[in-house]
Each structure stands twice: as structure tokens, then as C-alpha cells.
Design a protein around this ligand. Sequence first.
Ligand code: SF4
Ligand code: SF4
Ligand code: SF4
Ligand code: FES
Length: 960
Amino acid sequence: MTMTIIKEIDYGTPESKSEKTVTLTIDGTSVTVPEGTSIMRAAMEMGTAIPKLCATDMLESFGSCRLCLVEVEGRNGTPASCTTPVAPDMVVRTQTQRLKEIRNGVMELYISDHPLDCLTCAANGDCELQDMAGAVGLRDVRYGYDGANHVFESQCGSKNDLFMDKDVSNPYFAYDPSKCIVCNRCVRACEEVQGTFALTISGRGFDSRVSPGMDEDFLSSECVSCGACVQACPTATLSEKSLIEIGQPEHSAVTTCAYCGVGCSFKAEMRGEEVVRMVPYKDGKANRGHSCVKGRFAYGYTTHRDRILNPMVRDSIDQPWRETTWEEAIGRVASEFKRIQEKYGKGAVGGITSSRCTNEDVFLVQKLIRQGFGVNNVDTCARVCHSPTGYGLKTTFGESAGTQDFDSVEHADVVMVIGANPTDGHPVFGSRLKKRLREGAKLIVVDPRRIDLVRSPHISAEQHLALKPGTNVAMLTSLAHVIVTENLVNEEFVRARCDWNEFTEWADFVSAEANSPERMQQYTGVDPEAVRAAARLYATGGNGAIYYGLGVTEHSQGSTTVMAIANLAMATGNIGRPGVGVNPLRGQNNVQGSCDMGSFPHELPGYRHLSDEVTRSLFEKTWGVKLNPEPGLRIPNMLDAAVEGTFKGIYIQGEDILQSDPDMQHVAAGLGAMECVVIQDLFLNETANYAHVFLPGSTFLEKDGTFTNAERRIQPVRRVMAPKNGYADWEVTQLIAKAMGLNWDYQHPSQIMDEIALLTPTFNGVSYKKLEELGSIQWPCNDEHPSGFPVMHTETFTRGQGRFMLTQYVPTDEKTGSRFPLILTTGRILSQYNVGAQTRRTDNVMWHEEDRLEIHPHDAEQRGVKEGDWITVRSRSGETALRALITDRVAPGVVYTTFHHPLTQANIVTTDYSDWATNCPEYKVTAVQVSLSNGPTQSQEEYREFSERSRRVMAVEAAE
Ligand code: SF4
Ligand code: SF4
Ligand code: SF4
Ligand code: FES
């Protein structure tokens, strides 16, 4: 493998999507391009790079630098090639004496106003200004350049103070105005790509400069640290601090973000084994060259000192950990699991796969459990997030996954966002959505909280249906009521694609007066006229797309809500083409993949039920064992069985169930009752407090493999450094398998993918070779769809006819009353990720040091709560304390918190109610009371002490 920097071509202006073409001549060569293409891009496509500074193909052309001038036969003057579209039979010259002189003059002006400290500049070797000076052949500057420039002269006063005016407030990038050429690329990137509008050019003439707000620095401005401006900047004005510190990278590899289900592609730019920076990859089909603060900058956890790099064991959880060899640790796992099975029976052990790990890692863990342990006791964190999506979409459409790719949003006319907060939870998709909304698409938000999308620069939702938490089904059924009773159903679609009898039964059901918005208002609290307007807009506004998140699934009626969403899409014909569809915004980077890979106790990879004999025998033949046709235990059942004394050993890879699963005390009791808890993770997480064996995990930078994002897109993860712990995760699972007597012999994850492809019809055509060729593949990928399948259910539904399901609203058993009058709901914020294990170990903590409880001013005043006060949140399950944040983002009667910090212990408060079909916990609705307190609760203090005690490591103690 050659180690080089992957250079992406910059075509100068964005691609034209026109299907019509235009033929013209550039420098004597005929070239045909789509109508609407700029001359600059047409030239670049035939290999001629016209000098440029203010243009880049991530942004619309701007035409300010005047470096890209060309001559066009029959036209006067020298038009800018970036802003001039091609025309039929146009004859263009890109290099003439006149053009050379003009460009030289322009460059001379730029350079005369630039501090030429190139040798010590962070961009040295990767600076477009430097490159352009070379490209135009600049050899002399006539304007008395003396190393100073206008920023230096006007603001610093002395040459030695050149860097005085730098803004280094952002933890990840620096702003050095002395190098700014005022090309406006950063300002446009923030507007066009990110949609935050944080930057302006302030001042005039020589005094003009980029500014992140009125007298604000970057950190205190509106900036969300996505890095788009840094990427767009052609000079060193905006530079990553890591680049400034380390120097230019010398090789790179394309890999996939390990945070959220958007699945952004990045170039990991390296110097040796050190990451210099993560640059969003323009060819990445999920992100199209954009990123958020987490994937772009928050990778410091991969080398954080808290990482555990040596295996550790202990006999009981009140002992300190003892570091040991891999041989001893793996031997202990194998012997303990064998002992437990001999003593308590085969079914006394199981495991949990990780939605943070690769498909290959997950496949091996579930294989170990089924083939090696001989049980189906395997589950995954999707149990607590998107299991209702799997159930609901499989029932209605016949396939458990979302229907579209992210590009689809570019064709949407009306977007309904339900129980999701894309700008925080799925930021790059959020930016793509905002772009489409700025282009004119209409937005309906169904959410108890006023998420940013409801009102942000140049965006305003047509309708914000701020329903009471727990009433999604009432809301969606009343939307359906309007669509049916006002004759807005797309009957042609329904007759052609769905079961007509089931449709009519459903139509009768939703038409009942009891399901009208007027009657449902008693539950939802939403003005019926707003509901009617939203239903009309979705049904008649053109392509209607629904995006939803955990605010849909984490309810006792989560699966019903997913089916209600599918009903709406089918009834209006919004399925089976770009711009429409039903799109779950998946949380974890590989939660789609972990479900695909057979992590559920009733399914083999590819969502095939264990009771299916043909499938089972395929696996039995390949794996050489008999598989149990009965489903195994789900996570809550494993914990119940542990408390009852029949479940004794668990292997958990990359999951922190103590922090992420509901009813923390029950989880703790279950784990505490087991005889062998094996944790494989990067850090001593909260669950590890109850572990007997700790196997160090590897990061996404240290292993090869694949992740599958929310679009069903399988994307490569590439190893750019050796695992600091000694083994990639798949190798550790293989070591356990071998120690248990299995004859596994994988040399590389590509062989694991070959086995997945062999055993899984939807993956039949997937291989590392094909991934290398295509970059990524959206499953299904097989003989029928050899290159994958972007939009599902185009001709027929996977199950044949679409199936309408009745969605009777059943209020949750979790009721508010005089003791618990408020409803607590939860979510997450942009800078932190989930339980925070990674992001808390990065500078992202600067934006979110602690979880706070959002409370409406009216509710706060009633309780005498002021901003920042410590308050106790008490539910029927338990209590915790955190500090108050008073805001009208939440409605009166609703409180909200994030759960990124372990001491918040939000899951002490949540109940054990769960989705009727899948057991997905009802995190989003808990009746609580809030009162002033003095600080953390006693149980929080006790937990802090317990955590510290259980993290003791003998070797460290000895050293001290
Ligand atoms: S980092 Fe992103 S949000 Fe911040 S100024 Fe740059 S483009 Fe705008
Ligand atoms: S900061 Fe960079 S991108 Fe922005 S105007 Fe200055 S040189 Fe251009
Ligand atoms: S949007 Fe998600 S996948 Fe993309 S960079 Fe951010 S965290 Fe990573
Ligand atoms: S690149 Fe065309 S005017 Fe700047």
C-alpha cells in the first residue's frame, strides 16, 4: 500500500444537475458538459485548472477575486470563469498574454497585502494563495512589500505583534486575521453548507475582515464548530490547531465517523501514526464534504490517558483490578463461561453486541454466542432505541430499514420532522435539510420542545405541533383523520401498491370522530386547526418526506407510532421515489449494522427468524453446529434472569448498559448477581464497575471494517494506526472463540465480510473489493441490485403489498398527577454524544460541562427555582439532582434533560414501562416533581464513591 495524501479535485463551482448538455471549445478542445456548468468547471473537467481564489466547488460562485478571468470569442472584456455559465459553441481561451498580465496584477495586490512568513506558516505546502502565486508566475511585487500588512499596520502597530490579533478561543481552530484575503469563502461556507450564518465580513476596504459576530470571539459566537469555514479557507487564516501544532500530514486514508448514524466520510490525514486532522471527504455520499464538531474534531478520546490498554481481572467487584496478560484474561473468560454453563446450564450465559463497533465485530460476537455458547441470548442497544423502527417498518413495508438515501432530501417539498432534533443529533443531515428548506421546501415539526429547526436563520417551520410527550399516536392518527376525511388520499397509489381491504378498514378507523384533531386535542394539547393545516400541507405540498428519531420510538407505543408514520406515507403516496419516504434518524454510527448482523435474540443476520429452517440450516452447515430454533433472552430478560439466579455470565462489547438502559438500579442488581461479567471497551465505563474481566477495546482508527449508516449505506472503516491495546476488537472475539475450542481462523475482516455475504441474501454482493471500487454500498446488494439500492420500495413493497395497520391511541400508564405533575423527556445536544464516554474526553466539554434540567419559567417560578439552582427531580422510580436551566423552549408542564454525564443518573428517574412490541424503554415520558435542593442526592454521592472504588487498579496503586 502506498502512503500518500488523497487529493480531491476542486472543480471550482458545484456540479450542475441539468440533464441537458452544452458543447463548447476551451483552448481549442471541444468539451460537453451539463447546461448551467460554469466555464471554470467545464475547463477543470477537461483537465485545465484556471487560477482561482474565491471559488471552490463546495460553494456557489461569488466572483470577487478576479483571478479566474478568461477570454470568450465575440464577447468584450474578460469575464470571470466561475460566474459565467457555458453556452453552446462558445469559444474560450484560458491563457493569453492579456489574461496573464491581469492575473499577475491581481496576485501582486494580494501578495503585497499578505505577511510572507510562508516558511513558518501552518499552511506552508497546502496554501492556495501560495499555489496561485506560482500558477500565475508571480515573480515580483512592485508595491513596497515589507512583510507587514493592513491588519498588522492598522491594529497591531508593530511588525513583531503580527499575531496579536489571533482568535484562539475555539479549542479546535485558530483565526489569524493577518492572513485573510477576504475571499468570503468562510462566510459562504457557514451560510450555504452549515446553515448557521455565524460569520460576516465587517469593516470596509483595507479594514474589512471576517468576524464571528459583534465583538465576539468564535467560542462565544453562534458558531457550532463544524469546521466548514476552516475547510473552505484557502489560506492559513482559519487553521486547525492540530495542524498548527503537528505540521502538514504526509498520508491519509478515507474512513467513516464513529459517532452518529449519519455516517460521514473523512480523510484521516496522518503524520506517521498521529492524526493531524480529520477532513470531511467530498466524495462521501452521506455527508458530501461536510461534518460536525464531533467527527471533525472530537477524536482526542482515541489517545486519551483514561484508555485502558492492558487486560484486567478480579475475582469480585469489591476488589481492585489487577492488570494481566491477554492469555490469562482470555483464558479466564473461556474457563468461566464453561464453568457457568456446566453448573447452571447452557442458557446461563449470553452477550451484548455493540452498535459502536464494526459489522464484522458484531457478526463475530453474535456468532460466538450462537455457535460457541450454543444459545441465542444476544441483544444490542437498538433494543433501547430503534427496535420499534424494525418492528413497525417490517410489519407495514416488509423491510426494517429507512427507505431513502440522504440525497433524497434535496428533492423533498414538505418535510415532517417527528421526535428528532437533527441539528443536534444528526447535524450534517440537519445542515442538508436546512439547505433544502432555504431553497423553499416547507417544514412541519412535531415535537414537545421548540427545537432549533422551528426557527433558525432563514428558516421558519410552517407548523410546530408542540404535542404533550407520549401522544404521538394520537397526533398521527388525527393527521390521518384529516387526510382521509378531507379526501386527500392518493387513491391511485394505494390501489396499485397496498392491500385495499386493509386500507379501507384503516380509513374507517381513522375517520371516526374520536380520532379527529378536535377530539384528540384533549391528549395532544395542540390546536386542531394547526393539525389540519399540517395534514393538508403534507398530503398536497408535493414530495412529502418524514424524518423521525427517538422521540418516536422510545415510548410504550413506539412501534404503533412507526406504523402510523408508515400509514401516512402510504396513504399519500409518499413512498418509492426520491424526495419522499420514511426515514428513521439512527442514533449510533452502526446501529443499523448491528441490527443487520443478527444482534437480536430471535433473528439471524439479515432479519431472518430463527424458526426459518432453510436459513437455520444454511448457518448450521457453515458453522458446523446445531442452532436452537427458539429465540433467546433480550437484555431486560437477561437481567431479570440474573436477579432470579438463572443467568450468570455475560460478554458485553462496547456498551454501557448501566448508564444507557432504563431502571439503573435493576440493571445494577442484575449485573451484581452475575458471576462473570466481561466488558470489552475503551474505558472503564459505568457497567465495568460490575465486571470481573476487562478486555481493552480498539478505536475506529485502529481497525479495518465497515459501518452501516441510517441510509443502509455500508462504508469502509480503515485502520490508520496499530491498536494501542494490541488487538483489534474482532481479534479479541476470535481469541475467546479459539479458547472456547472453536476453529476460527480469520486473518482479516474482509474474510468476515465474505462470510456475512455468503450467509445473508441482502449482503450477497458485498465485498471489500466492491467497497473499494464503489466507495460505499446501500444494501440490498445482490444479483438483482449489484451496486446496491438507494431508494426502497420503488415498484412494490418488500413484503409485496403495503400494509395499513390500525393505530389505536392508548395513553401510557405513566400518568401525571398531583404528586408528579410534570413530564420529563430527554434528548441530546450537539457537542456531546450519548453517554459521553468519548466526547467527555475531548475539548467538547467546553460547550457542555454538565447536564441541566430545562424548565419553563412559569414552572420554575412556582417552585422558586432560579437559573443554575440545584433541583431534585423525583419520579415513582427514583430521584436525582441537577442544576436548572430556565427556558421557554419547553412548554409549561414539561421538563427536559440530556444524559451525557454519568452522575446525572437520568435513568434512575425513568420508569420500566416499555414498547408493547419490542420492550424499547419509554425514556421520553416520565412523570416527575421538581423541587429545590442543596446539591447532588445521597445516592449520587454514594454512586460517585462506589465508582471511584470500583475503578481502582492495583498496578496504579502500587506505583503511587
Ligand atoms: S465552524 Fe462552522 S459554524 Fe463555526 S463559523 Fe465556521 S462554518 Fe460557521
Ligand atoms: S478567513 Fe479565509 S476564507 Fe475567510 S475570507 Fe479570510 S481568507 Fe477567505
Ligand atoms: S454528523 Fe454524525 S457522522 Fe457526521 S461528523 Fe457529526 S457525528 Fe460524525
Ligand atoms: S475564482 Fe472567479 S472571481 Fe474568484
